[in-house]
Design a protein around this ligand. Structure first.
Ligand SMILES: Cc1cc2nc3c(=O)[nH]c(=O)nc-3n(C[C@H](O)[C@H](O)[C@H](O)COP(=O)(O)O)c2cc1C
Length: 219
């Protein structure tokens, strides 16, 4: 494999793309698109978002130290893009995008009803990095569309038609998994059915043939 050297840019792709809602002290709401986000801790549950100080959302979130992460679906791709190319300083994006806002449970920032997953966050620290400041926040409560839960209360994010972002483009997330946590070392074959089809298992007869040959040689 011959590779080109690429410097000066983070080439980590794909990444999630989310809609972040916030409310300032004057009760003004805003939403903006964030792709530089990630899970950073399990206990306490924490995530990060990186924000440029010139964003209106930066002002709102720094003021209240609260925000909500909303996961957009494929149907909301255009809305997701729009919220990332227009500022709340110029337009009321929530009104323009016809988003329904619901009151948060643990935070003052509202969440977007149309998004199937909403994650309420409280900022714990802000680290200036350069172009962006990193906001590290504790997840204090999440809202999950009941239709994503099976009878054992397992959440099926794959049923939600979520989207990912890669090098300037939006991509749908396929519904069929190609593996699951730990399947590579599992004793029983837990490879999802779809992937099973492409795995060529050694034919019994061949194995027998080579074994027969070996036995002949020994004789
Ligand atoms: C796909 C996409 C991802 C983005 N990711 C980020 C991000 O991670 N951090 C950031 O500060 N801005 C990001 N932006 C830009 C902001 O969303 C954009 O500047 C927005 O207009 C800011 O809105 P506001 O001024 O209302 O807060 C992204 C834009 C797009 C389209």
């Amino acid at each position: 494999m011959s590779k080109n050297i690429f410097k000066g840019s983070v080439v980590l792709n794909p990444v999630p793309v989310v809609l972040v809602t916030s409310r300032n002290k004057e009760h003004k709401n805003n939403v903006f698109t964030v792709a530089w986000t990630g899970t950073v801790c399990t206990k306490p549950p924490m995530l990060s978002i990186a924000i440029r100080p010139e964003r209106l959302s930066y002002e709102f979130i720094k003021e209240t130290m609260e925000f909500t992460v909303n996961l957009p679906t494929r149907k909301l791709t255009k809305e997701t893009d729009y919220c990332g190319v227009r500022s709340g300083r110029q337009v009321d994006k929530i009104k323009e995008m016809n988003f329904t806002l619901k009151e948060g449970k643990e935070v003052n920032s509202p969440y977007i009803e149309e998004c199937p997953v909403n994650i309420e966050c409280k900022v714990k620290s802000i680290i200036p990095l350069g172009t962006h400041d990193l906001f590290l926040a504790e997840v204090v409560c999440s809202h999950i569309d009941q239709r994503l839960m099976d009878e054992n209360e397992k959440i099926h994010f794959e049923w939600a038609n979520l989207i990912a972002y890669s090098h300037g483009e939006y991509f749908p997330i396929p519904k069929t998994p190609i593996g699951k946590f730990g399947y590579s070392v599992a004793k029983t074959n837990s490879t999802p059915k779809a992937e099973n089809k492409s795995i060529k298992k050694p034919k019994k007869s061949l194995k027998n043939k080579s074994e027969k040959k070996k036995r002949k040689k020994v004789k």
